[in-house]
Design a protein around this ligand. Structure first.
Ligand SMILES: Cc1cc2nc3c(=O)[nH]c(=O)nc-3n(C[C@H](O)[C@H](O)[C@H](O)COP(=O)(O)OP(=O)(O)OC[C@H]3O[C@@H](n4cnc5c(N)ncnc54)[C@H](O)[C@@H]3O)c2cc1C
Ligand code: FES
Length: 274
């Protein structure tokens, strides 16, 4: 375990091999990295933008040829610098870090918001042969920000994709959590997987508890070391980088007083989650 962590934690440089525009604010970057190409759905990597910063990103895809992809939303300094990069430019990678989603058979419900859809799409690719049905609820502010809709529809051939937008420009005009009450009342699900804004995850957790359906959620916190040392990513007794980022229902119950409520900010002080 220690040897594995030491190898994965070494910074490797690589070059961006492909860039795809997914939406006005999201681009997918592909590059070669042997270690991260062995990642499982739910794991993340630390991507170094030389001279700028290093940021945590969920792995969107990894293949046997050593290719790795991440979907990145432009929100601040580091992500803007990455968005301005061209094919062939150098980046650095550490990882993969953290645990992964468990692969369950049966009737699966996935709920994803924004770039939180990325690790769920990776999981959907792996789970498709195990699942007897796959229902995907995805949400975004507007149609142009709904990610990976076509790919998801391909994986949901034994289920369905429910798309929601806050402005009503595509699918249902509501938050991604709104259709859940009806879905969970009408149909029995064996597992819920979710990733996205933490307020959304909290709502999914409350509904899963009410309907007694087990769930796993991938959480985001500020991350620096990614190996459980610095403490910037704590939630309750857990360090999200080391004990997560994927947490099950039992663990989420233990951090209920913080989930979707507060987290540590850049200065180490606790701040509300909005
Ligand atoms: C395990 C994990 C997986 C992630 N996966 C993805 C992904 O697949 N795609 C993606 O686009 N983003 C992902 N993120 C979030 C990403 O790391 C941040 O958006 C990025 O670090 C912002 O850096 P910045 O310098 O551009 O913005 P900053 O200037 O640092 O921040 C701009 C805004 O983004 C918020 N922000 C900064 N860091 C985080 C963070 N760690 N989590 C949530 N909000 C943050 C800040 O509060 C601020 O409002 C993930 C985060 C974690 C912890
Ligand atoms: S990022 Fe340092 S302990 Fe998690």
């Amino acid at each position: 375990m220690l040897a594995y962590l030491i190898v994965n934690n070494q910074l490797r440089t690589t070059r961006i091999s492909a860039i795809k525009i997914e939406s006005p604010t999201v681009k997918t970057f592909r590059f070669k990295d042997e270690a991260c190409a062995k990642a499982e759905p739910g794991q993340f990597l630390m991507l170094w933008i030389p001279g700028v910063d290093e940021i945590p990103l969920s792995i969107l895809d990894a293949d046997a040829k050593g290719n790795v992809s991440v979907a990145v939303k432009k929100v601040g300094g580091a992500t803007e610098a990455l968005h301005s990069k061209k094919r062939g430019e150098v980046i650095g990678v550490r990882g993969p870090f953290g645990n992964c989603f468990s692969i369950k058979a049966g009737r699966i419900l996935m709920v994803g918001g924004g770039t939180g859809i990325a690790p769920l799409l990776f999981l959907a690719r792996r789970i498709t042969s195990e699942a007897s049905s796959l229902t995907f609820v995805i949400g975004a502010k507007r149609k142009s920000e709904l990610l990976f809709l076509e790919e998801l529809e391909r994986f949901c051939n034994r289920g369905s994709v429910v798309a929601t937008t806050e402005d009503g420009s595509y699918g249902l005009k509501c938050l991604a959590t709104a259709p859940l009450e009806t879905l969970l009342t009408k149909k029995k699900f064996d597992m819920i997987y979710t990733c996205g804004p933490e307020l959304m995850i909290r709502n999914v957790f409350d509904q899963a508890e009410k309907h007694k359906v087990p769930m796993e959620a991938s959480l985001e916190r500020l991350m620096r070391c990614a190996i459980g040392l610095c403490g910037s990513c704590i939630i309750g007794k857990f360090r999200v980088c080391r004990d997560g980022p994927v947490f099950n229902s039992r663990q989420l119950r233990e951090v209920k007083s913080e989930l979707g409520i507060s987290k540590l900010g850049f200065d180490g002080n606790r701040i509300p989650i909005e």
